[in-house]
Design a protein. Sequence first.
Length: 231
Amino acid sequence: MSGTSERTEGPGRLKVVVADDQAAVREPLAAVLGLAEDIEVVAAAADGGEVLAAVAAGPVDVVLMDLRMPVMDGIETTRRLTEEHPEVAVVVLTTFADDESILGALGAGARGYLTKNAGRQDITRAIRAAGAGQSVLDREVQDRLLATARAKAAAPAPSDTAGQQPLPDDLTPREREVLTLIGQGLSNRGIAEKLFISEATVKTHINNLFAKTHIRDRADAVRRAITAGLA
């Protein structure tokens, strides 16, 4: 592990892992975040393998994740965390704001996506939101997703028009709510807390929703929600 916080562990503080392959970014970021009274940086990781090791050693609430890292990149690491440690939230912090990176990270389960233009307050706000099961996308990322959705809606590809079709009439109000919240970037746990239902019930609604709309995966659901004007 590349580094740990020296602050005394306290109850109620969010346990955060900072992941970035560049020490010149990782270490100052960990130090600055550690100044927040409600955040404790428990580890600083240089690659995805170190992230998984830190989470396994736990407890960890949030991982602040770079995308371009050796050994295991941020998207694959996020996917592994979502599958193996769904209680751990991921907030991406990267220089990349292209469609592939954004949709890849959100599809892998990231709850937040920030570019490295974000300030300390933006980052701490996103960490707190992710720890509470909510989602934060910075303005550049939101604008990019909206532009992509509008472009696809205006010129759907003949071989892949399912995402541009109107939502079917047989969607229940609850399924529409779930799609809206997926579009806002909430995890299954976040949706469950928002709607006061169990995660098992959320998964049932998502399975029904995907079957009715022919949505392929979570990234496709985000695009569909934006196209339908729900997010």
